[in-house]
Structure formats: structure tokens, C-alpha cells
Design a protein around this ligand. Structure first.
Ligand code: SF4
Length: 349
């Protein structure tokens, strides 16, 4: 196994991608990048990371940033609780640790929004603690090398693999962890054919020897996502558009959205809905959008409704103001692009 570790480290030192958060061992930078990278591709994170660091360069700035501004910076990255937890953790670090990032796995793990994986990544990369990071990339590489048939969807399997990897971890623990993850991301690909001819571990790898890589890792079938219909009301009045804050404590909590109701309403039903609520306006059918979340799919139908009077329960803003100041989740972005495009045309009619 020592040879395998040596080859992996040698490959990582030569081939690792140059990324902004790899230019430093500052835990603040590593932490923010690790949280952004959860469920998000590196290419998508680069621009966000740069903007975030320009506006929020350290833990103190993060602890004090207003939530709306933080969410606006996070807009489009999704999983907004990640951003809220960053702020909560920064406040704890300022209060309990005088603003100095805790330096051990056990302490880091206690912070909100930080699980075993992120705590290990920060502890090993920034503080050289010999603790293993186990993510989908690591599990793929590890099970392919050994043609390991254990089901990686089971927590027990992850725990076992974590223990096994702990026996191998060298002094350069951060590089070992990053090397395994990098190998999974760039060479031992999840979809499509792995680039075994470029892999430093190919002589050790049973999946390479038997061309069996497509069978590993073994995991549970994905559950079908729940499909939900929504009708979006794009209310407009004198060049302004109605938005509101989501009260739903679940998905997209406290973010801004266009008013909407569950179900796919036809034009006639929308007319009746407005009449019943004493709302007067011209209704036009607008675009549809399908948005895929991790566990559900939203099928969204929209109507532009030009009102004679603004409705008091909403906030009324021009498109430019919405764009600059309010965090709209990606699911609502196509509707925003549509109103931006049609705003003048609709409001001078
Ligand atoms: S040799 Fe191929 S299958 Fe084996 S770890 Fe490397 S890329 Fe993955």
C-alpha cells in the first residue's frame, strides 16, 4: 500500500489543478471553498468564490454580513442553508475562539453546517491532522481498485472504508485526501469511461485489469424524484413587479420569489382566481420552466398579469432593483429573464 500512496502523491503534486483555494492553507478559504463545492462543480464555483472573498475576506466580515446580502452573493449556488450556516459558524468562531479558526477535527466538527467530510478536509489540509475525507470520488476510486462489492449507500460501508483508509494515511494527509478526490474527479470518472491509461494507480487496480469499472461502486438505485406543479403569477404595475419572501420553512426558505400557488392552473382558472380575490388586470400566458432539485422536480407555468392597482401584500420593484438587491432562486430565474425582456413592452401598452 505504501507504493500506492507514494504514486498517488507523486501524481497529485504534478497534476493537481491550480485553484484559488489551493494557493493557501488558510482555513477560512479552504472552509468556504469546501462548502461551496458541496453538490456544485468546480467550474461553477470559481466565480462565486472570487466574489465572496472580495466582499467577505475574513471570518469577522462573515460574522457581520446582513443575511440578505449573503444570500444575494450565494444566489444561483443553491442549498442556501449552506450560506446561513457559514455565517452562524463564523459568529461562533468570533465569540468562542476570538475569530481564530479551530484547529482540530473534533472542534471543527462541532460547527454548524460542517459534517465529517468537511471537518476532515479542513483538519488535514490546513492543520495536517491525519484524518480521512470520504466522498463519492474517494469511494469510487477505492472500490474500483479492489473490486470491492460492499454497498456504498450504507453508512456502515462508509465507516469501514474510512477506517481502512485511516490505516494508509501518510504524513501529508491533506495532499493524500485531495489527491484521491482529484483522481476521482478528473481520471476515475463516474459517468463514461475512466481514463485508466492516465491513472497512477492502474497497476494496482483490479477494475482496470478486468475492465469491470462500470460495476463499481455498488450502490442503491436512485429514488424517483417527486414532481410538483406550480403556477407563477408575474404581477406587474407601472414598470414594477411583485415579489415576496418565501415563508415555507422548507426548501428556499426566506428567499425572494414571484407569487405562486400549487397546481397547474389554466387561463380560465387563473381568471376565476383573480375575480374571486377582487384582483383586476389583463392576463397573458407566459413561459413555462422545469426545475430539478435534489429530491423534487417543479413544473412551473406562468402568467403575466398587468394590474390596475398594486396589491399591498407584495413588494413592488423594478427589474433592475430585483437583479441588484434580491436573491431569487434559480428556479425563478427564467421568469425574471422573461419580465426583463418584456417589461417595457408590457408596461407601455
Ligand atoms: S485504473 Fe481506472 S478504474 Fe482503476 S482507479 Fe484508475 S481510473 Fe479508476
Amino acid at each position: 500500500m505504501n507504493k500506492l500512496v507514494y504514486l498517488l502523491l507523486e501524481w497529485y503534486h504534478q497534476e493537481k489543478r491550480i485553484l484559488p483555494w489551493r494557493q493557501t492553507k488558510d482555513p477560512y478559504h479552504v472552509w468556504v471553498s469546501e462548502i461551496m463545492l458541496q453538490q456544485t462543480r468546480i467550474e461553477a464555483v470559481l466565480g462565486y468564490y472570487e466574489r465572496f472573498m472580495n466582499r467577505i475576506p475574513d471570518i469577522f466580515a462573515l460574522a457581520h454580513i446582513p443575511e440578505d446580502e449573503l444570500l444575494k452573493l450565494w444566489e444561483g449556488l443553491g442549498y442556501y442553508n449552506r450560506a446561513r450556516n457559514l455565517k452562524k459558524a463564523a459568529q461562533i468562531i468570533v465569540e468562542n475562539y476570538n475569530g481564530i479558526f479551530p484547529s482540530t477535527y473534533d472542534e471543527i466538527l462541532k460547527l454548524p453546517g460542517i459534517g465529517e467530510y468537511t471537518a476532515s478536509a479542513i483538519a488535514s489540509i490546513c492543520f495536517n491532522e491525519p484524518t480521512v475525507t470520504v466522498d463519492g470520488n474517494v469511494l469510487r476510486v477505492y472500490t474500483r481498485i479492489q473490486e470491492d462489492k460492499r454497498n456504498i449507500s450504507l453508512n456502515n460501508t462508509k465507516k469501514e472504508i474510512r477506517n481502512e483508509l485511516s490505516q494508509m494515511i501518510p504524513l501529508e494527509s491533506g495532499d493524500f485526501n485531495e489527491g484521491l478526490m482529484e483522481l476521482g474527479e478528473t481520471i476515475c470518472l463516474p459517468n463514461g469511461i475512466p481514463k485508466c491509461n492516465l491513472c497512477p494507480l492502474q497497476t494496482f487496480c483490479l477494475a482496470n485489469k478486468h475492465h469491470s469499472w462500470s460495476k463499481y461502486p455498488v450502490k442503491d438505485e436512485k429514488k424517483a424524484k417527486k414532481e410538483l406543479d406550480y403556477t407563477i403569477f408575474l404581477f406587474t404595475y407601472e414598470g414594477m413587479w411583485a415579489i415576496r419572501k418565501r415563508k415555507d420553512p422548507g426548501l428556499l426558505h426566506n428567499l425572494w420569489e414571484f407569487p405562486n400557488v400549487p397546481g397547474k392552473l389554466s387561463l380560465n382558472v387563473v381568471k376565476a382566481y383573480l375575480e374571486n380575490n377582487n384582483i383586476e388586470g389583463n392576463i397573458t400566458k407566459s413561459i413555462t420552466n422545469k426545475h430539478i432539485f435534489t429530491h423534487q422536480v417543479w413544473n412551473m407555468t406562468s402568467y403575466i398579469i398587468k394590474l390596475k392597482e398594486p396589491l399591498k401584500e407584495y413588494l413592488w420593484k423594478k427589474p433592475k432593483e430585483i437583479e441588484e438587491q434580491y436573491a431569487l432562486p434559480t428556479a425563478f430565474k427564467p421568469f425574471f429573464e422573461e419580465i426583463k425582456l418584456k417589461n417595457v413592452e408590457i408596461n407601455i401598452k
